[in-house]
Design a binder for this molecule. Structure first.
Ligand SMILES: [Zn+2]
Length: 109
């Protein structure tokens, strides 16, 4: 006698509703973690509309510090290099997340 085994249901795989998928597909970048929308209660990945860098990591600021530092201190290139490193690898960005369910935008540090 052979026992019938049910195909595992779900197994932790969650499908996302099509309208939300469509909305998420409008964004090039998405959150890696699940986010919770405080507006509509949506839990899941969100679209990232843009990433905002703090002013001291903006290109003009990095360029200014590097140039001024190079002229007056000789250490400008090092400082500029550090700032560029922080810009790419640091956790200083503010992300603007958009909830795919209600389109509420959030700023997240
Ligand atoms: Zn929402």
């Amino acid at each position: 006698m052979q026992e019938e085994t049910d195909a595992p249901q779900g197994g932790g795989v969650q499908t996302i509703a099509q309208p939300i998928l469509d909305k998420l597909n409008q964004f090039d970048v998405h959150t890696r973690r699940k986010e919770t929308c405080l507006e509509c209660g949506y839990v899941g990945i969100m679209g990232i509309e843009e990433e905002l860098h703090p002013w001291w990591l903006s290109w003009w600021c990095i360029a200014l510090i590097t140039i001024v530092g190079a002229i007056f201190m000789g250490a400008g290139l090092v400082i500029g290099g550090i700032l560029i490193g922080l810009r790419y690898f640091g956790e200083f960005d503010t992300r603007v997340l958009v909830c795919p369910s209600c389109e509420e935008a959030y700023e997240q540090d």
